[in-house]
Design a protein around this ligand. Structure first.
Ligand SMILES: NC(=O)c1ccc[n+]([C@@H]2O[C@H](COP(=O)([O-])OP(=O)(O)OC[C@H]3O[C@@H](n4cnc5c(N)ncnc54)[C@H](OP(=O)(O)O)[C@@H]3O)[C@@H](O)[C@H]2O)c1
Length: 251
């Protein structure tokens, strides 16, 4: 993937990892469009980065996605990169279901149906571009679950699997399919979660991720060192050890 001259949509670009990627890619000479639900977060980001464009979108709403896709491809016909970054994380106590089912369903709608619906809506347009990319933000928890967030971890495992299939189906087309696999990063993903020494700072994470993204050819999976223990836990024989460590985590 070339890292300049693109027109890039970043979902959840008003905060955290999405904002960090949007700002870094903007500085490299790309047209950036950020989306999300909170217009104040989008406005704050665009004010701090003149040239970045805000286009609000709730990825939970299928009709809004269809309308958004029609609008963005009309207003930005050169759109060639989609970064499916928007996501939510909710702790769930599975012993208390069905009280917790609303959380489970919300997490699936945002983290899994969101990227699937937006990809489907934009794929016809992306297929017409000379060079394009779909970048899905999964998680190290796709590879070893965090038991206190079972549905979150499951959506990320599913998004990883979907991304692998998408890459196979789009092989031989101008669309690259890339998976960004973050470790624990200090963001507002879980409100109230206190940053700890096991988390990467957002600044370090974005810097290292951008370095890997610049590698040519771009790796299909963007794994900073910090996430490799989880990403390769199964193949390195460390799955049970990693699961044991994550099982001790409370939120
Ligand atoms: N931080 C970590 O430790 C970590 C680790 C692995 C993976 N990740 C993944 O990284 C991605 C970004 O998370 P983050 O850590 O940067 O947290 P964050 O700051 O909370 O960012 C999440 C973004 O998603 C947007 N979003 C949530 N629901 C949405 C919806 N229905 N429609 C549109 N946008 C929505 C939010 O914007 P609005 O609220 O304005 O809609 C927000 O900007 C997520 O997919 C997350 O799962 C994070």
């Amino acid at each position: 993937m070339q890292l300049t001259g693109n027109t890039i949509l970043v979902t959840g670009g008003g905060s955290g990892i999405g904002r960090g990627l949007a700002e870094s890619l903007h500085k490299l000479g790309n047209q950036i469009i950020i989306s999300g639900r909170r217009t104040d977060a989008l406005a704050e980001t665009t004010k701090a980065n003149p040239g970045i464009v805000p286009l609000p979108l709730d990825v939970n709403d299928p009709e809004a996605i269809r309308n958004f896709a029609a609008r963005i491809t009309t207003e930005y016909p050169n759109l060639n990169v989609l970064i499916n970054n928007a996501g939510i994380m909710r702790p769930e106590n599975l012993r208390e279901l069905p009280n917790g089912l609303a959380n489970s369903e919300a997490v699936i709608t945002t983290n899994l149906l969101g990227p699937i619906r937006l990809t489907a809506a934009l794929l016809p347009h992306l297929q017409k571009q000379q060079q394009a990319a779909i970048i899905n933000v999964s998680s190290g928890l796709a590879f070893v679950p965090l038991p206190v967030t079972p549905t979150y971890s499951a959506t990320k495992a599913a998004l990883h699997s979907y991304t692998v299939s998408l890459r196979v189906q789009l092989a031989g087309t101008p669309i690259e399919v890339i998976e960004i696999i973050p470790p624990a990063v200090a963001t507002d993903l879980t409100p109230g979660r206190i940053p700890n020494e096991r988390m990467m700072s957002l600044e370090d994470y974005i810097e290292q991720t951008m370095q890997i993204l610049k590698t040519q050819p771009t790796p299909s999976e963007i794994c900073v060192e910090h996430v490799k223990f989880l990403r390769f836990a199964e193949s390195s024989g460390n799955f049970q050890k990693a699961l044991g460590m994550l099982s001790a985590v409370t939120l």
